[in-house]
Design a protein around this ligand. Sequence first.
Ligand code: ATP
Ligand code: MG
Length: 561
Amino acid sequence: MEEVGTGLLDRLDAMQRVAASAPGGPLLIVAGPGTGKTRTLTHRIAYLCAELNVFPEHCLAITFTRRAAEELRHRLDGLLGPVAEDVTVGTFHSVGLQILRENREAAGLPVDFRIADDADRTAARAEAGDDHDAYLALLRKQDLVDLDELLTLPLALLRADQRLADSYRDRWRWIFVDEYQDVDEVQYELLRLLSPADGNLCAIGDPDQAIYSFRGADVGYFLRFSQDFTDARLVRLNRNYRSSAPILAAAVQAIAPSSLVPGRRLDPARLDPEAPLIGRYAASSVADEASFVVRTIDELVGGLSHRSLDSGRIDGRTTALSFSDVAVLYRTDAQAAPVVDALSRANIPVQKRSHDRLRDRPGVADIARELRHTSGLEDGLPARVRLAGQVVSERFAIPTLDGSGAVRPEDVRVAVDLLTPLARRCGDDLELFLSQLATGAEVDALDPRAQAVTLLTLHAAKGLEFPVVFLVGAEDRLLPLRWPGSEPDDDAVAEERRLFFVGVTRAQDRLYVSHAARRVRHGTEYDCRPSPFLSTVDPGLFEYLGDLEPRRPKDRQLRLI
Ligand code: ATP
Ligand code: MG
């Protein structure tokens, strides 16, 4: 293999380097979890700019979440210095918003158009009934656009105006898309308009982590990339830097029955023979499961048993664990409550995030409205205003909103907690903050440095990693998720399996999987069996914790992939 790019690409492995330094043209990077997609993507952009004289302003990088966009921006800053500012980095929605702002008049939008919040949408729906076009017209009368229109309006504009489309192709000559397995039809169409079939589109992702079909995402676009983009180059990344060997072995065995990647492999970069097995706990009840989580976190963070955990780290660091190293993942948001309660009773701080839209959260729309009003944005004053201290401080938000009586103070307080890290990251750019409130997901407001245990839905955990992960509720009715009276079809089960795969592969050093024998859902108590997804995993990879008899034969060799 040709040796390319000394210096800049030194921190990449051989295949990552091949991907980062590939010549122009369509490029598909099929890369499993933890194989360094972000690292590869940032180095590719840096390499193109530094070595091949590509202008940073000709680069557009699209990520799935705001958080991922910030991370990408941060790493590009480190690699490229100040010129990294010229790279456009955002989510599909933020790129759509940028196109709309730049073509406001052509789109027939006023200077101060804004994105409809929950209350606006509810009111317009009530008036328009089932008539979606009438609905949009009502929004437009109030200078509002619907979130979906951040993509559909730019698409219509670019389709209608060839010269406009050409001007964007000329500006963004290099396009990079992370998590390409989760693009939906409109996003795909937008990409096709922005990048011609022989254009410099670099799509990166993992079909086995396609988990957003309920929002219209279609992994089919990933699978047919080479048909869509002529002469596409394909690079595979299989070397996983994130997880210990037992965790990886379990992940590959779990996804095997429905893997969309022929010859799915994940080669562990970490080969610590002492790496702990996967802790498995059969709880008698949901309360028992929650107290298992608390007990174990307490031992890991409060106790002295860090060394064996950290000795598996690839860089050999031995640092004590803190609450920020721990995540609890679950299939449905409703599962969080007993865990939050148990952690709170033990005085362990938590931050809980879902994959839902921020604006759908009670209180968020009210805070946005209040900020817009107070800052004068509503009257068309300059959007960039200096915000006094913290953008959303209790001092500011709560008394004003309390007075109106429109929202519950408790909702506002929770929303303020949620938004504070996001507000801090936006600095004094109120417009940016408001657009994040309108387009972002709850998980965008995650504070990775918070000294708190992170609670996430499996969907929200996509792309993240934690030294210690608890996957709770690994039961037949939750994974795969089954609503009472309905049976998921094969495609749905396959997607649930991918979700399980995403969960398992978030863990770096220690993974705990638990299931309860009984659980109440929708007011009915059920007997539960362990998730069928556990059954394709070699039992020798589990360490059975608690009362259950260890089933692991002592002489069993740990089988690695
Ligand atoms: P996912 O599919 O879960 O989003 P990913 O492919 O995006 O995973 P990253 O988050 O980019 O994976 O990387 C996983 C971890 O591996 C990170 O901690 C990263 O720093 C580390 N890593 C990636 N490449 C290398 C490398 N060449 N050497 C050492 N560590 C690496
Ligand atoms: Mg990633």
